[in-house]
Design a protein. Structure first.
Length: 461
């Protein structure tokens, strides 16, 4: 295990984490969190309706979601560095052109291109390269790199709002473009490798281990076509779609719901900001613990915490002092841990062979969830005049995610075989299971190999 341990401690690997952090901080912070700052200025400047501007945001979300598989394919074929550089250049170009947009049609086109560019330099490429570079410390590395999204959500919207207030919305878009070109692109070129250097070492280490325990090396894994044929893939896809359905709908309508309950909008915004802060802690904690505990059960726990947060405010109400604090803690922890753990589970189920493509397909569940969640909450409010039914719907979505996470099983193929004349419990001389060679070579990666020789607590047989 010396090689795997030295690989995890190599300082260059942590440069990859730093580069991914910067990408999520800048590109994720600007693209995912800052658009709300521009709604009123755009409406005042062009006279566009709020519905049209909201539709442009929905278009961005759809393109961002469906571009994930394409971004993953580009990472697998051409490497993370060139994929992320192209995405950052395209996204920066759209921000610069938005400062000179003449009409709504051109703005919609730029928003669509921006969604594709942002997808190519944020979540899927970053999580793919970090997962490929780290083995024993994968959860911790993912937890640290995903902090970029948390800090991006905290820093970029206030910064964009300050630029709009003190200058104008055109300047804010231009500064965003300069950040992409002058800060993010050099950081990517310096820290992100063209290819994952850990792959060859991991193959060598896991090949040696596979000779000892008789299982397929983790570096191989499933192809995208093989993954699409498994129940585990569709369970993970549904978890992503349902979780985004609930979190996007709740995030967009939470302050409006609180206002209807008689809670000042600033107070509600403060508690939602607290949830974002707690999500940072959740990412670190879940990333660290996923290297030791069964990530399937941890994933179920984080989405269950999110469901509990909705139940607290729906059943107890926001007027009892601790209820909003409990909501912020539970919701923030679930929000921070779920996305990270989903990536860890994808790697454990399907390996690294086509990890970028498979992860991109799983995360493409973002698109239907991001569109349908806010739309469902708005329609329910227009129909019933309150958000109670919408909260119940979001609770059901989060609870379904928890049940799906608990029932995920890695696609073992097969998990056990019995050699003629020997029982299942018999082993050969070096401790490997006495299964025929052609059957043994088809088995999925074991938790022993994935944990770098350390058993995972709570591992399912």
């Amino acid at each position: 295990m010396a090689h795997a341990f030295e690989h995890s401690l190599n300082p260059y690997r942590w440069h990859v984490v730093f580069g991914g952090f910067v990408a999520l901080l800048i590109a994720g912070g600007v693209g995912l969190f800052s658009f709300s700052v521009f709604v009123v200025p755009l409406a005042d400047s062009f006279g566009w309706s709020r519905a049209a501007i909201s539709g442009s945001a929905a278009l961005w979300a759809v393109v961002f979601g469906v571009s994930g598989p394409l971004a993953g394919m580009c990472v697998d074929r051409h490497g993370a560095r060139w994929t992320m550089l192209a995405g950052a250049a395209v996204a920066g170009g759209t921000y610069w052109l938005m400062a000179y947009v003449p009409n709504l049609a051109v703005f919609l086109l730029l928003m669509a291109i921006s969604g594709a560019g942002t997808a190519a330099c944020t979540v899927v490429p970053v999580q793919t390269i970090v997962s490929q570079e780290f083995h024993r410390m994968r959860g911790r590395a993912l937890g640290l790199v995903m902090l970029g999204l948390g800090f991006g959500g905290l820093v970029m919207p206030p910064a964009a709002n300050a630029l709009v207030v003190h200058f104008n919305w055109q300047t804010a878009f231009q500064v965003g473009a300069c950040l992409m070109w002058l800060v993010l692109m050099p950081a990517i070129a310096w820290t992100i490798p063209a290819r994952a250097a850990g792959g060859d070492r991991l193959r060598g280490e896991t090949s040696r281990l596979s000779k000892d325990d008789g299982r397929q090396p983790h570096a191989d894994g499933s192809t995208l076509r093989e993954a699409l044929r498994t129940g585990a893939f569709w369970q993970l896809f549904m978890i992503r779609a349902l979780f985004v359905f609930g979190s996007a709908g709740l995030g967009l309508h939470f302050i409006a719901w609180a206002d209807g309950q008689g809670i000042a909008s600033q107070r509600a915004a403060n508690f939602f900001g607290l949830a974002v802060g707690v999500s940072i802690v959740g990412r670190i904690a879940c990333g660290w613990l996923s290297d030791w505990w069964n990530p399937n059960r941890m994933l179920a726990a984080t989405v269950a915490a999110t469901a509990a947060s909705v139940a607290v405010v729906a059943l107890i109400g926001p007027h009892w002092g601790p209820s909003l604090t409990a909501f912020a803690v539970l919701y923030g922890f679930g929000l921070g841990g779920t996305g990270l753990l989903l990536t860890v589970v994808v790697g454990r189920c399907f390996g690294m062979r086509h990890f970028g493509r498979i992860l991109g397909m799983v995360l493409s569940g973002f698109a239907p969830g991001a569109v349908l969640g806010p739309l469902a909450a708005g329609l329910i409010y227009d129909w019933r005049g309150s958000y109670e039914a919408a909260l119940a719907l979001f609770f059901i979505a989060f609870a379904a995610c928890a049940l799906l996470a608990l029932t995920i099983r890695r696609p073992w193929e097969p998990s056990r075989t019995t050699h003629p004349g020997r029982s299942e419990g018999e082993h050969n001389g070096n401790g490997a299971s006495a299964a025929p060679a052609n059957e043994t070579s088809r088995r999925r990666p074991s938790s022993f190999v994935e944990a770098g020789g350390r058993p995972i607590v709570g591992e399912q047989p």
